[in-house]
Design a protein around this ligand. Structure first.
Ligand SMILES: *Cc1c(COP(=O)(O)O)cnc(C)c1O
Length: 423
């Protein structure tokens, strides 16, 4: 035993291995040293021979300096919040990489003077939403909403329908969010029915704005009534419309999904939405609308607190100007059945109809008809632990592999990952 312990190579000697020396540059010394320590420990316990320590340390190195793991999304849910919502287009990824060093995000290289931050992204947004007089970008949809209600109604009231008092996920509730800003929420109407008169009765000198929230993650059916932005705009109070998903204009594929253009044409003073839902870009909050209202938001101190990173601005601009983002490729995907048949032929399993979803607070109740390969439920866990990590949908006691959100170029990797589980 003591001999084995003495034969275990010293840390400096192992770190001199060229593969590990290269890894120090890529991953940092602490990470590589941790792998070496672990390998030495296993040798001391007799699990591997001492001469195997360098190889084992190399094998123990993490793939990257981030612990975030790419996954193949086989759930059929396009905007899966737990899986990071929108995957970025190659153009957006490239833009992020370009913006990752020193960059002229707030600087004019022609004059050498300071320039408007993120003006490229803001110009792209203004071009994409020509009905808006002015545009802003913040960190996320929740920040956009907080900024709008705070700037327009701090110390005063925000009128909102009881049918729109929503929880946006992970226990965060809209009413709490707005109350945290110092505006008072005044609920009008009832859960299932709210009329224009309800708003009119509540509106007064203390009203800062009316808030219209798209109940994006649920649907109220039956005896219902809600007031549209067009009617709310007649109240003579600024209307803030939170459309949530970031659909910029109506889309026939998602007929019930509210969009930014319609809300503006209907008379909203401010429209807010997310950048990483149906827009298909990075996490961001888009704020568009009337110049007078946005000037108030722009001057509010919270605007600085919600400021976006340069890489976010770059990815947002590329999403707005660039090719169709993966989110829409997934929503419009065709040939899913053929791909599912090919996968089932290779790995076994049965091809079944599969209802995917937009998810992430978009088009609630709207099924995206597709196809999946059904395997025994026990596969789901094994696939999650594989490389690549595959996240399937478990339903009806089956492990379903829905190909909607898998780029076709990844089909071979998916097939090999499943085969690795079966063998
Ligand atoms: C998603 C959503 C939000 C929150 O947006 P984030 O970008 O997640 O902060 C707010 N309101 C509505 C209606 C939403 O759908």
């Amino acid at each position: 035993m003591t001999d084995v312990r003495r034969a275990v190579p010293r840390t400096d000697a192992v770190l001199a291995d060229p593969r590990l020396a290269a890894a120090v540059i890529r991953l940092g010394r602490a990470t590589v040293k941790a792998a070496v320590t672990e390998a030495q420990e296993r040798a001391r316990l007799g699990a591997v021979p001492p001469e195997a320590v360098p190889d084992l340390a190399v094998a123990l190195l993490p793939a990257a300096s981030t612990t975030l793991r790419p996954v193949l999304n086989c759930t059929g849910v396009v905007l899966h919040t737990n899986l990071g919502r929108a995957p970025l287009s190659p153009a957006a990824v490239d833009a992020m990489a370009r913006a990752s060093g020193y960059v002229d995000v707030e600087y004019d290289v022609t004059t050498g003077a300071r320039a408007g931050r993120g003006r490229g992204a803001l110009d792209a947004l203004a071009a994409a939403v020509p009905d808006a007089e002015q545009v802003l970008v913040v960190n996320n949809g929740a920040a956009a909403l907080v900024l709008a209600t705070t700037a327009l109604a701090a110390g005063r009231e925000v009128l909102v329908s009881r049918g729109e008092m929503v929880e946006i996920g992970d226990g965060f509730r809209l009413p709490d969010l707005i109350a945290s800003t110092g505006a008072r929420l005044r609920e009008v109407g009832t859960t299932n029915r709210t009329r224009l008169q309800d708003y009119a009765d509540a509106a007064g000198p203390d009203t800062g704005c009316v808030l219209k929230v798209h109940p994006s993650n649920f649907r109220v059916e039956g005896f219902t009534a809600a007031v549209g932005v067009d009617e709310l705009a007649t109240l003579g109070v600024p209307v803030v419309a939170d459309v949530g998903s970031g659909l910029l204009a109506p889309d026939p594929l998602l007929p019930d999904e509210p969009d930014v253009r319609t809300a503006l044409r209907d008379g909203a003073a401010v429209v807010t939405c997310s950048g990483d839902k149906l827009l298909g870009g990075p996490q961001a909050g888009l704020v568009v609308g009337r110049a007078d209202a946005l000037a108030v938001l722009r001057r509010h101190p919270l605007y600085r607190a919600f400021r976006c990173d340069k890489t976010t601005l770059a990815a947002l601009e590329a999403t707005l100007r660039g090719p169709e983002p993966p989110v829409w490729q997934a929503i419009r995907a065709t040939g899913l059945r053929e791909r599912a048949v090919a996968l089932a032929d290779a790995v076994g399993g049965k091809v079944v109809a599969s209802a995917g979803a937009v998810g992430g607070g978009g088009a609630p109740g709207h099924a995206l008809d597709g196809w999946a390969v059904a395997l025994p439920a026990s596969f789901a866990e094994v696939l999650r632990h594989g490389d690549p990590c595959v996240v399937a949908r478990v339903a009806d006691g089956l492990c379903l592999l829905d190909l909607r959100c898998v780029p076709p170029a990844q089909d071979v990797r998916l097939r090999n990952a499943v085969l690795a589980c079966t063998s």
